[in-house]
Design a binder for this molecule. Sequence first.
Ligand code: GLA
Length: 745
Amino acid sequence: MYLCSRNHKKHKDMTKRTFLLFHLFTFSLFILAQTISIETEHTQMVLRVNQQKRLCQTYLGERLSAQTDLSQLSMPQAGLSSSCIKGLEAYPVMGTEDYYEPTFEIHHADGNPTSVLKYVSHSTTGNVTSISLKDELYPVEVTLYYKVFPEEDIIQQWAEIRHEEKGKVYLGRYASSMLYFEAPKYFLTEFASDWAKEMQMQSQELQFGKKIVDSRLGARANMMAQPFFEVGLGEPVRENEGTVLMGTLGWTGNFRFTFEVDNQHVLRVISGINHDASTYLLRKGEAFRTADFYFTLSNKGAGEGSRRFQRWMMNHQLHKADADRMTLLNNWENTYFDFDEEKLVALFGEAKDLGVDLFLLDDGWFGNKYPRKNDHAGLGDWQVTKDKLPQGIPYLVKKAKENGVSFGIWIEPEMVNPKSELAEKHPDWIIQLPSRETYYFRNQLVLDLCNPKVQDFVFGVVDSLMQALPQRGSGEGAIRFLKWDCNSPITNIYSPYLKENQGNLYVDYVRGLYKVLDRVQAKYPDLYMMMCSGGGGRSDVKGLSYFTEFWCSDNTDPIERLFIQWGYSQFMPAKAMCAHVTEWNRRTSIKFRVDVAFQGKMGFDISLKGLSDDDRQYCREAIKEYKRLKDVVWSPYLYRLVSPYEGQHCVVQRVNDDKTHSIVFAYDIHPRYGELILPTRLQGLDAEAKYRVKEICLMPGRQSWLSCNEKVYTGDYLMKVGLKVTSSNDLVSHIIEISKTDTAD
Ligand code: GLA
């Protein structure tokens, strides 16, 4: 009996254990099956489905070594528990148990403004993981997408929203991404802007509550704030140390980043199109694709993050990233609207004399009934002004070619002056309020790109220009370059085309623009295009998948440009950053101005006549050196060594892929008397290799006074001891070439 009962007990214990083991096994299988890991070389994001079928973020940080550790990550619960209030739902919806700002809000046809999204399935194809979520009560489906760029450590996120409801359904919010972080402190760096003040880096600690960085300007969307951010996790953003989240939105329109520190001190970062004034009518069966959000999580400061973003731009995003870029002479600040054929042909001669590749004709060449003599008239009438340029554009292209330079031209095809034939003929193509006094920005209005007829018109502006030439297309002998400007934000917001669906305007405007740019890119794949917007009012990474470069700012004062370029370099590659030498800040020498422009995609917007012989000679030589070194200048391996934000000097360094060649750009601004000058340590070199240091781009007849000039050092020395490249002189600059060498001295 005892035995029997003992045996019986043993049997019962075994059954219990098997039962438990079985459940543990199936439970962990459930956990593993529902664990979704998104990984780059150094970063990992882990998502998991909880028992209520809600998708949650359980980890975002440095990549974990063991996959088996993933099940150790704690699981956020649904329901009103404290961890839920903390809320880590991957795509939180409006109206449920998460009390903070949601990513998604949908107003169903019956008026219900809430939704609960539950996990359905997921799959990974190549580098893209998609996760399908559904509302069990309403036919609404949201698919979240995560695309990884493993080598560059960039993660791209977007969502696609669909419904099958009868009646009108509106999207109130449609963010691209929600990311959660837990750190003792959070510090945001944002990029405030204005005309001629782009990319002013400003930092602040994020404390309880919300900080929103957004734009509501529609067309010249980034005039007041740029679509980039950096968040220092635990400490303020540093250049080479610390964990930094860097993010940007690929959307050439209104964006919004929300940084919310909740009452559990969790930081929630929501990124997407700005839903403000954009409650979107989504038709049954139509897919609404949100904008693309891109981020990197660097644990070696913003410097490493910038190199990742620049590599990603060069490898995956920038239009014609592999192709060359053209140095140019622009006539805007030289002539403004006051030019004729004779003047332009003389300028082609100046372009040839300088040695640049292209002449860029700016604003003022069009309009007949209302000629474009100033910025009050003519926008919209893209026919050449006959009494100003009687032989038309083909003649100019031909003359430029005779001078050995290519030809480019300025357009602003999304805009219209009320004083134009276009405005008279098609008032219904213009975004303006039917019933109120009209407000003008730079005396102009924005065309309604939501309207397919307007899209055709805008495409036609480019197409007719290109087709008017005997050499059609965008190769040699044709127009090779367009400066596509966009000077006005959308004012008097009302689309005659959308009628009662005005909430769709800001989104459909951008989509209309993309439709036009798709057509331009397909028909003229060789055309180089500068994205310009009253300076840097358009500067997003999606825009740069259509444009080969962008105009960083109308402010070309070289000192200001050091700051502006420092700002854009956080995300943008040098190859895309147009930097022109002008007359802004004539207290600075031509050398200083050229040396600042040398860091980007170099151009000139200046009269050569006003320059001394030495200055002209300096420019010619600098262009030659620039062409010789452009592959190093445009390398994504950027090291920002001395920040102009921290003192009166700025030093940046570029290194090529195989570390054989590097350039150091050093600038002294207004150092204090007797300031202690220390060597600047270089970065990114091969410690074992030997490098020859040579100052280049010297004024005619001048010698370098740098003590390191023409000396050979090991990479180790250059990185540990450094070189004295700054000084206590006012407004002095040096360009220093560092080349790997086999000789000792
Ligand atoms: C904008 C641009 C300038 C110039 C003018 C022409 O302001 O930023 O570079 O092209 O328009 O009107």
